[in-house]
Design a protein. Structure first.
Length: 202
C-alpha cells in the first residue's frame, strides 16, 4: 500500500481546553480539586469571613481566577493551562515549602484574595526555617473588606505552625501602614537586581 504524500495527511483536530486540561491533569496524577497542601494547616479567620466566602488552599482549577487576581499586582503574562498545571504539580511535589491560599466567593466561584508563603530552609539558628510572604493581592471589587488582612493572618499562622522562627516580606512605602497593622515592623531596606529584559528602563 502506498503512503499518501505529506500534504494530503489531515492532522488530528486540536483538543478543546477542557479536554486538554483533563489530559494534563491525568498525566501529572492530580485532580482539579487537589489542594496544594492540607487544609488542616489553615487557622480559622478572625474575625470570621462574611457569609459565602471561603479561605482555602490553592487548587488546580483556580487557574484563570487566580491569575486574574494576581494581575492586580503586576504583569502576569499568558500562562496556558498545561504550564499552570506543570508549575502547580512542581509546587505540590515539594511539601512544606509552598503554601498558596485564596479566599473564594462561593456565590460566584471566583477568587477575591490570594497570598503565598514560601518556606526557606537555612543552616543558621540550628537549621531554622524562615517564611517569605509574597504576592498578596485582592481583587479590585473586593478591596476594603479586610480580605488582605485575613490572608496575612492565615499565612502567619501557617508559618508558625510549620516551625518558622520568623516571617518576612517586602512592600512598597504606601503599603507599609497596612503591614504594621498586621503586626509587622520595619526591619531593613529592600534591594533588588533585575536581569535581562526585566531590567527597568533608565
Amino acid at each position: 500500500m502506498s503512503t499518501p504524500p505529506p500534504s494530503s495527511i489531515t492532522p488530528p483536530p486540536p483538543l478543546d481546553p477542557a479536554a486538554l486540561l483533563a489530559e494534563t491533569l491525568s498525566t501529572l496524577s492530580i485532580t482539579s480539586n487537589d489542594p496544594l497542601f492540607s487544609p488542616t494547616l489553615l487557622p480559622s479567620p478572625e474575625p470570621p469571613l462574611p457569609p459565602n466566602y471561603l479561605l482555602r488552599p490553592l487548587r488546580p482549577s483556580d487557574h484563570v481566577s487566580f491569575l486574574s487576581v494576581l494581575s492586580v499586582l503586576t504583569t502576569v503574562g499568558e500562562i496556558p493551562a498545561e504550564k499552570w498545571l506543570e508549575r502547580y504539580a512542581f509546587m505540590k511535589s515539594r511539601p512544606g515549602e509552598y503554601f498558596i491560599i485564596v479566599i473564594e466567593n462561593l456565590d460566584t466561584g471566583k477568587l477575591v484574595a490570594i497570598g503565598t508563603l514560601l518556606v526557606e530552609k537555612k543552616f543558621l539558628r540550628g537549621l531554622g526555617e524562615v517564611g517569605h510572604i509574597e504576592d498578596i493581592a485582592v481583587a479590585r471589587e473586593a478591596q476594603g473588606l479586610k480580605f488582605g488582612q485575613r490572608i496575612i493572618q492565615a499565612l502567619d499562622g501557617i508559618a508558625e505552625s510549620v516551625g518558622c522562627y520568623k516571617a518576612i516580606l517586602d512592600c512598597s512605602e504606601k503599603n507599609e501602614g497596612f503591614y504594621v497593622k498586621c503586626g509587622y515592623k520595619k526591619a531593613g531596606v529592600q534591594m533588588a537586581n533585575y536581569y535581562g529584559q526585566n531590567k527597568p528602563k533608565a
